[in-house]
Design a protein around this ligand. Structure first.
Ligand SMILES: NC(=O)c1ccc[n+]([C@@H]2O[C@H](COP(=O)([O-])OP(=O)(O)OC[C@H]3O[C@@H](n4cnc5c(N)ncnc54)[C@H](O)[C@@H]3O)[C@@H](O)[C@H]2O)c1
Length: 260
């Protein structure tokens, strides 16, 4: 096991990439805080881990609410003593070009994807500095690396997450904190399905049809990725095998953003 006795804090842990990463951390011996706004999924993930003999603490709350974030970090440290790894994964999607994006929708995407990631980073970073270090991995997106049509708010928020990653890496390397960013492309999760349904609806096509065409036209590996294929990169970045990696921005996209 890679992480016996270690503690991971995962946001958006009730579904998709977050859930797969929780399972991967637990399989390597870590205790995990399962943080998600969806109470039913938090309970289900925590129960699954308990049945498998792992250690998980569930917290239902929003990363955009500083009181929730402070409480979850406080309770994690009370239970497990420290936080070694943070996976800032929770995020929300909005399919719309700018003229169809209300100011409230813009604020909601920024509040969750950027402000929420900042709030969790700040609270956990303080603990990592206090205990002598740790590793933060932020989940941005291929949408943060270059523009994506009908994705104005989401793409902008994810580009900002990439820069927040670099700022943390620069400012806290001396305190033993590494901070990296992953940029998944098309990963088979509920969020990706909603994206394709909504984009498909704009073209009078099914989400699956839209996705298949996109994959065959744009992804050199000609397939979507799995949440487990993202989780394994998060675990690598968290591990001592990546001891000299900080400030990195790593696409996990089957070659999608390699070029035209
Ligand atoms: N699936 C993809 O193709 C893809 C591609 C690039 C980036 N991403 C990013 O990966 C991350 C995870 O997405 P996923 O595809 O696993 O989606 P998902 O919908 O399966 O999971 C997202 C989880 O985040 C939770 N969440 C949403 N808002 C929250 C909040 N304010 N506070 C706490 N939890 C919240 C949801 O309840 C859900 O459980 C997101 O940041 C997303 O932008 C996904």
């Amino acid at each position: 096991m890679k992480f016996p006795g270690k503690v991971a804090f995962v946001t958006g842990a009730g579904s998709g990439i977050g859930q797969a990463t929780v399972r991967a951390f637990v399989a390597e011996g870590a205790a995990v805080t399962v943080f998600d706004v969806n109470g039913a999924s938090v309970r289900s993930v925590v129960e699954e881990i308990a049945i498998a003999g792992g250690r998980a603490y569930g917290f239902v709350g929003s990363i955009a609410d500083s009181a929730h974030v402070e409480e979850a970090v406080f309770e994690t440290v009370k239970r497990y003593g420290r936080i070694d790894y943070l996976f800032n994964n929770a995020g929300t999607e909005l399919i719309a070009p700018l003229l169809e994006t209300s100011v409230d929708q813009w604020d909601e995407v920024m509040n969750v994807n950027l402000r929420g990631t900042m709030l969790v980073s700040k609270a956990v970073l303080a603990e990592m500095v206090r205990t002598g270090g740790g590793v933060i991995t932020n989940n941005a997106s291929d949408a943060g690396l270059r523009g994506i049509r009908v994705n104005a708010a989401y793409s902008t928020s994810k580009a900002a997450v990439i820069h927040l990653t670099r700022s943390i890496a620069l400012d806290y390397a001396q305190q033993g904190v590494r901070c990296n960013c992953i940029c998944p492309g098309c990963i088979r999760t509920p969020l990706c399905e909603r994206f394709n349904e909504e984009v498909g609806a704009r073209h009078g096509r099914s989400g699956e049809d839209m996705l298949n065409e996109f994959v065959m036209t744009n992804i050199p590996m000609e397939r979507v990725g799995t949440p487990e294929e993202v989780a394994s990169v998060v675990l690598f970045l968290s591990s001592s095998e990546a001891a000299y990696v900080t400030g990195a921005v790593i696409p996990i996209d089957g070659g999608l953003t390699a070029g035209m």
